[in-house]
Design a protein. Structure first.
Length: 233
């Protein structure tokens, strides 16, 4: 069983530092907005002395509105980044894997249209998070992809390249995404097809049979969709 490494702490420190930098930017923006607001009040207080320059006020108000929109966007970005960071750290601890591996699984799953929570479960069942895993059926790496399947997505890929983390995760998750689409987002069927092959599963279904073999249940055991996990927090 893999255990978290010191790299987890370093990675966490680095992520938190980036978030603090973003927080500092927000604070500076807030100070600027406060200063502009104070200036606007002073201009209003002096109305009985000198008529304000309406064009100047319009420009300043427009600038203030733009800064407010920018601040809201920045705050939303920080919120999303914090959610991502929390999810990566939580899965690093949950599966006892290095933070950089958890980060890659999370990010690549999202980029390939797969729920990261499902991605983690798939890698757990397929390879126990071992980069060098190889099955008796000549399936390679984290997601246990076979070379013919991999070459459907990348005709030039080699067996050795399937041990590379990003290549393996990207092809494996893309294959699962395509299976979900092929089987109308029926997750158990798509997972069985991942394990047994889509042609075989389609053939069994065409004959009125049940292709289930326990694989889907193993992957989905303890699976909690990303949205449901966030809502629970």
């Amino acid at each position: 069983m893999l255990r978290p490494t010191d790299e987890y702490g370093e990675r966490r420190s680095g992520i938190l530092q980036r978030l603090l930098v973003r927080g500092g930017l927000l604070l500076v923006t807030a100070v600027v907005i406060g200063a502009l607001a104070g200036w606007t009040k002073r201009v209003g207080a002096a109305d009985d002395v000198m008529p304000p320059d309406t064009q100047l006020l319009a420009r300043e108000m427009g600038s203030l509105e733009q800064q407010l929109h920018a601040t809201r966007g920045e705050m939303e970005l920080v919120k999303l980044q914090l959610e991502r960071t929390n999810a990566i750290m939580a899965n690093s601890v949950k599966y006892r894997i290095p933070a950089d591996l958890a980060e890659d699984i999370y990010d690549i799953a999202l980029s390939e249209g797969i729920d990261p929570a499902l991605g983690f479960q798939l890698v757990k069942v397929e390879s126990s998070f071992k980069a060098g895993a190889r099955s008796s059926m000549a399936a390679f790496g984290y997601t246990q992809v076979q070379l013919p399947t991999a070459r459907f997505y990348d005709p030039d890929v080699t067996a050795d390249q399937l041990y590379e983390r990003e290549t393996n995760l990207r092809i494996g998750f893309r294959f699962l995404r395509d299976l979900l689409e092929q089987f109308d987002h029926d997750m158990p069927l798509a997972l069985v097809a991942y394990n047994r092959g889509p042609a075989k599963v389609a053939g069994i279904l065409a004959r009125g049979g049940d292709p289930a073999n326990g694989y889907a249940e193993a992957v989905m055991k303890g699976y909690q969709p990303l949205g449901a996990s966030a809502a629970a927090q």
